[in-house]
Design a protein around this ligand. Structure first.
Ligand code: EPZ
Length: 418
């Protein structure tokens, strides 16, 4: 059980190179199952969710080597189709191995996914889409036994909600399916485009990724490839909120700015200065933060739900009342109660959170992370608060933030992990 100890209000002055995107590398690692050859992936973040995905691949019989930020997967000898219960529970996104395992072996056995407790998080859209593509399944004692009589076949699939995970599962199931799959109302996140670009680099035929309709023309096999994942827009934005509440200046290297439009405009509206350069973004803050206008979380390109918690932490230091509406998950405010232990004034009414911001109210305390982004928001609040903050439950934060204590302290913050 790790924890972070932070002494707040140290001004930033430094550089951070942004890690590769967690929500890209996870579905891409699932996709390596579809290649009968060797895949070399660059720019992979060193986070525990990636370790979990590597363990799943090894359980399936794939050979995986990791050398710092490069992962090599050889799935020629893959012979398994069951994901052990403990690995499914470790990470909700394990469910996206389902489409890939099914496409490769014709079978898949998984248990209902675990991961961050962000409400119910069903997988009904994943299952109904795969059934349309020829999968049959039965549920028994919390496990799902899936199979396809022959190989999967193309289908016209409409998603009732642009689910990121369901879109990814259909992409992974469709690249080797017989015929063409069309997904309408699909997710448009940059990580979906990254997955499609990776699969196309292996010989898949996917068009339309990033739009609301994706076309997948099934092919017979995928070949070797080398691929670099995109930078993590959520980690980058989290570091920006840390500067906003602490003050000072931070240069963020390796940023794809169009992926962050909804975030950059809000950060500027709060009173921070942002300068975009060729290789990244420079953010400067004097800590005189203005409150946010109403923030509604939406599917991409709207404001991302993963940034709701870090922005809520930032709003605790702004002058005035900020309002959040969490439209994506039905229970993503657990961090609010921990922020209140630090002096924040937050009122939760169902999907709505009302924050009476005032920097003077915020002081260090001992708080507990309950999920990945909520945990990151507590680190942000600790960096801006007077005095010492202890963030327990650090293992949640390690799931998605590579060496956050090292990168932040090298840039001027006073933070250690024990
Ligand atoms: C992905 O989760 C991300 N995880 C999440 O990031 C992110 O918050 C989310 O997309 C939204 O952008 C990964 O990519 C590994 P969804 P996912 O399917 O795929 C409901 C982080 O912090 N739903 O778009 O689980 C679901 O309950 C994580 O990095 C169904 O009802 O998100 C949720 O309310 C957290 N049935 C909503 O849709 C389904 O079959 C959005 O879920 C599938 C989803």
């Amino acid at each position: 059980m790790s924890e972070y100890i932070i002494n707040g209000r140290k001004k930033f002055d430094g550089i951070i190179k942004v890690q590769g995107a967690k929500n890209s590398i996870l579905p891409i690692l699932a996709g390596t199952v579809l290649c009968q050859g060797k895949v070399i992936l660059h720019y992979c973040p060193q986070i525990s969710d990636v370790e979990t995905a590597i363990n799943i691949l090894r359980c399936l019989g794939c050979r995986v080597q990791r050398d710092n930020h490069t992962i090599t997967v050889d799935s020629k000898h893959m012979n398994g189709y069951t994901i052990p219960d403990e690995l499914m529970r470790e990470m909700r996104s394990s469910v996206m191995f389902l489409g890939a395992i099914l496409a490769r072996t014709g079978y898949a056995e998984i248990s209902l996914p675990g991961g961050c407790e962000l409400g119910a998080r069903p997988i009904d859209m994943h299952l109904s889409a795969l059934v349309q593509m020829g999968m049959t399944f039965e549920e028994n004692h919390g496990k799902i036994y899936c199979q396809t009589a022959n190989s999967l076949h193309g289908a016209n699939i409409h998603l009732s909600f642009p689910s990121v995970g369901a879109t990814e599962n259909i992409l992974l199931a469709g690249v080797l399916a017989k015929g063409t799959t069309i997904i309408t109302n699909c997710a448009r996140e940059p990580e979906i485009v990254d997955l499609a670009d990776f699969l196309n680099s292996c010989g898949a035929k996917i068009t339309g990724a990033g739009e609301s309709v994706i076309y997948i023309e099934g092919v017979d096999r995928l070949h070797d490839t080398q691929y670099s994942v995109i930078p993590d827009r959520i980690v980058c934005a989290t570091y920006m909120t840390a500067v906003a509440v602490s003050g000072g200046k931070l240069f963020l290297e390796n940023v794809i700015k169009p992926h962050m439009n909804s975030i950059l405009s809000l950060i500027e509206q709060s009173g921070c200065q942002i300068e975009e350069t060729k290789s990244g973004i420079c953010i400067q803050s004097d800590c005189q933060l203005q409150k946010f206008p109403l923030i509604r979380t939406m599917p991409y390109p709207g404001f991302p739900t993963d940034m709701q918690a870090p922005f809520m932490a930032m709003s605790c230091f702004a002058q005035g009342t900020s309002v959040f509406v969490e439209n994506i998950f039905d229970s993503r405010y657990r961090h609010a109660y921990e922020l209140c232990r630090m002096g924040a004034k937050i009122d939760i009414q169902g999907k709505v959170a009302i924050v009476e911001g005032n920097r003077k109210n915020m002081s260090g305390s001992t708080v507990e992370a309950k999920d990945l982004r909520g945990g990151a928001s507590l680190i942000v609040a600790g960096l801006g608060a007077e005095g010492t903050t202890v963030v327990k439950g650090g293992e949640y934060i390690e799931r998605g933030y590579e060496k956050i204590e090292e990168y932040l302290s090298n840039a001027g913050a006073d933070i250690v992990k024990i």
